[in-house]
Design a protein around this ligand. Structure first.
Ligand code: NAD
Length: 279
């Protein structure tokens, strides 16, 4: 019987631990503040931003909300970020992506002080991860490491295959698995004979962005499968990059969608916010 890795439960555990830490900081007279910036009113972004603010409230982190119009210029946004960089009482800065097309996302990522970059996207934090120094780590892959560890799944010595090489998920995932002493293979859209590689995986992380792409033909018997994908199907239900029903009898453990990786992303954002006060 496959173990279903309960991301909801693990994310609640993490949030409870953080809540206690924040309460202790408050008793010492320290309050964490996160600035959340949204440009425009993309529906999905509004939901994500709302969930992040709710999580802050639950844990006891003070959040400042900046809702800017779709027409905001890049210069105006960079000006606001610089102002927040300078404010000592602001510990973390989060700019919800994607941004409107006229704004260069890279310029925005570069503008956030690495010490306040709770998303872990700044090149300084990305570089720190790749050379094993401390820094903020991208929330989704950091959450996956927590899922594995807290489910008692050993990473060291395992063949970990990551499908996807995005800056937000695939690449930091590979770096983190390497840091945990996994043997890592990264696959992407130009990989030849994907199934040949994925069938060697003890731990398979699917971050492809294609609904139900991974079927049992891609999986080794007894593999651990982590499904990062989130897709809304025609019947309004959510599914991942993995065809859950097709693979369930072949895997030893799997994350469901919803309730697997998704809830961990916000929990790890909160983790990064709590870390930000000590920088
Ligand atoms: P992305 O589109 O930036 O990257 C997808 C990657 O998949 C690319 O590197 C590409 O090379 C690879 N790919 C595409 N087709 C492939 C193929 N046929 N064979 C092998 N590789 C292929 O996406 P992303 O931002 O990394 O996100 C991936 C998925 O995870 C999406 O479904 C996204 O919605 C989801 N996601 C979920 C969370 C969460 O909190 N659960 C967070 C971020 C992303």
């Amino acid at each position: 019987m496959a173990k279903i890795i309960d991301g909801k439960k693990i994310s609640v555990q993490i949030k409870e631990e953080l809540k206690e830490k924040v309460a202790k900081l408050k008793r010492d007279g320290k309050e964490i503040t996160l600035a959340v910036i949204q440009v425009g009113n993309d529906e999905a972004s509004t939901v994500y931003v709302g969930n992040k603010k709710k999580a802050c409230e639950y844990i006891g982190i003070h959040s400042l909300s900046y809702e800017l119009s779709e027409e905001t210029t890049q210069d105006k946004l960079l000006e606001l970020i610089e102002e927040l960089n300078q404010k000592e009482e602001v510990h973390g800065i989060l700019v919800q992506l994607p941004l409107p097309k006229h704004i260069d996302e890279n310029a925005v990522i570069h503008a956030i002080s690495p010490k306040k970059d709770v998303d872990g996207f700044h090149p300084q934090n990305v570089g720190a991860l790749s050379i094993g120094e401390s820094g903020f780590v991208s929330c989704t892959p950091a959450g996956i490491i927590q899922l594995l560890k807290r489910s008692g799944i050993e990473i060291a010595g395992k063949h970990c295959v990551v499908i996807g090489r995005s800056n937000i998920v695939g690449k930091p995932m590979a770096m983190l698995l390497l840091r945990e002493n996994g043997t890592v293979t990264v696959c992407h859209s130009k990989t030849k004979d994907l199934a040949k590689l994925t069938k060697q995986a003890d731990i398979l992380v699917a971050a492809i962005g294609k609904p139900k792409f991974i079927t049992k033909e891609y999986i080794k018997e007894g593999a651990v499968v982590i499904d990062v994908g989130i897709h809304r199907m025609e019947n309004k239900k959510l599914c991942g990059d993995v065809d859950y029903d097709d693979v369930i009898d072949k895997v030893s453990a799997i994350t469901p969608v919803p309730g697997g990786v998704g809830p961990m992303t916000i929990a790890m954002l909160m983790y990064n916010c709590v870390e930000s006060i000590s920088l």
